[in-house]
Design a protein around this ligand. Sequence first.
Ligand code: HEM
Ligand code: HEM
Length: 187
Amino acid sequence: MQTTPNAERYDRLTRSFHWLTVALVIFLFASAQVWDILEKGTPLRKGLQSVHISLGIALAALIVARIAWRLFGGNRLPVITSRTTHLLAKLAHLGLYALLLAQVVLGFGFRWAQDEPFSFFGLFSVPAPFIIDHELSSTLGDLHETVAWAIIILSGLHACIALGHHYLLKDSTLRRMLPAGRKNLQG
Ligand code: HEM
Ligand code: HEM
């Protein structure tokens, strides 16, 4: 073990960023699965796509803020694990950050290549900084979908490991990412 099981909690902003990211990723993935079964051109399908794009812009801002906070402000707690799995855990967290960043870049590129309106709930639009060939649209879309699945698989595994720490190993890994009021969450 690298730390005592009762290591302190992550700071409030780190915890808020983490759970907001989780909520947005789940919504963004689920919305795409739902519109996929809807008929093309229906208002609901179009509405879901524009909410996906607006919340995608929100996720982009969140990821940038989260990484800046992680690098320059938030408290960093050592992973509670043996030396052998320490590197794996670090790599998985780094992989999640990298996939989320890649997904944001692909999402923006995809929309710009589609050459369709790109706005945040109609409040402001995000113009392309340079022209992206319309022909690249389907490649960017395929990559966006592949990365979406990679995020879901890796974060699913990550969530199972967090739950394993809590219910099987009974250490504080999950608890320190939960709101302060959950001190007495029992395994
Ligand atoms: C982790 C975050 C995200 C996930 C899991 C996700 C997932 C998906 C999935 C599965 C699709 C369907 C792909 C297809 O069928 O070809 C899709 C489409 C799309 N996503 Fe995302 N996405 C995310 C973030 C973003 C971001 C940040 C943006 C940019 C604002 C974005 C913009 C788009 C656009 C423009 C489409 C196509 C919509 C259309 O067909 O009109 N996504 N996304
Ligand atoms: C979309 C889903 C998720 C993403 C993208 C995600 C991403 C991340 C990232 C990047 C970190 C590293 C934080 C850092 O040290 O900078 C982290 C930590 C953590 N996540 Fe998640 N996570 C997700 C879902 C979940 C779920 C569902 C749970 C709980 C069941 C969870 C529990 C934790 C815990 C406990 C930590 C702290 C690990 C430690 O202290 O060693 N995560 N998450």
